[in-house]
Design a protein around this ligand. Sequence first.
Ligand SMILES: [Ca+2]
Ligand SMILES: [Ca+2]
Length: 291
Amino acid sequence: MGNPQRRTFHVHSEIIGQGGSTFRKNRTVLLCLGLLNVVLLIAAVVIGFNCAKVREGPFHVSHPAVTQVLDELNYLRSNHSDVIEAEEAAKNAFERAVKNHAQLKEKIEQQKTINDNYQKQMEELQKEQTNLQSNMTALEGNCGRCLSGWALHNSSCYYFSSIEPSTVTKNWHDSRADCIRRGADLIVIDNEEEQRFVSGSIGDMRGTQDILRNSFWIGLTDTETEGTWVWINNVTEVERRYWMDGEPNNSHHHGEDCATAVYSPSNPWKTRNDINCNMYQRHWICEMTSS
Ligand SMILES: [Ca+2]
Ligand SMILES: [Ca+2]
């Protein structure tokens, strides 16, 4: 059995012996780890140094393939800068072109406005020229003794309403009112020469319409006494040869009390026809004393 105190001491010694062995092993591991850290630190420094060299300057690698890649990389870098410069230049050129285009467009608009104004002025001048020519023709035609558009014959001025648009026709009363408004009255044909003048004038003015439709009111009626034809100046017409054959016939059932002058190609003397004063719309002839 032995002494219990000696056995206890022996156990403690074993434990201490085992603990020392473990301590040695741990110290070896720690030493290895420390060395490994040193190696890793050196490796990190070397890699960092190489990376810094790559960033700061040309990377000297002797392998031809790597050299070629680096050359191409440098070439691409250079080209990239050129491309950026070219892009910037193109952008500036495009902006200048846009600006020039806007300025050109504005100039074109201004020129168009100027042209439009010239065109308007030309049209106004052409109108004025036409009016002047018309006035000159009128002056040449009536020597300035009649209003524009009126014809001079002997000492009278005559207005033939057929110079207005062909749609403008009136009944006898409205026609007379128009003449009065112009400072004249319906024509009074009181001599042979005037009859010839009227006959020739309405012959010159005859259009393609029916000659009866293209006739003119004159200042002659038998409104007061049927069959007694009186001019508007209260002179009774006694001449019968100026009526068309068979006229005046008062044929219309409402009566035919107003006279018209009708173009008569067969006999220029026979130019008068009686028709209803109100039911028909005709041209008319005004007469006033010339100045
Ligand atoms: Ca009559
Ligand atoms: Ca008649």
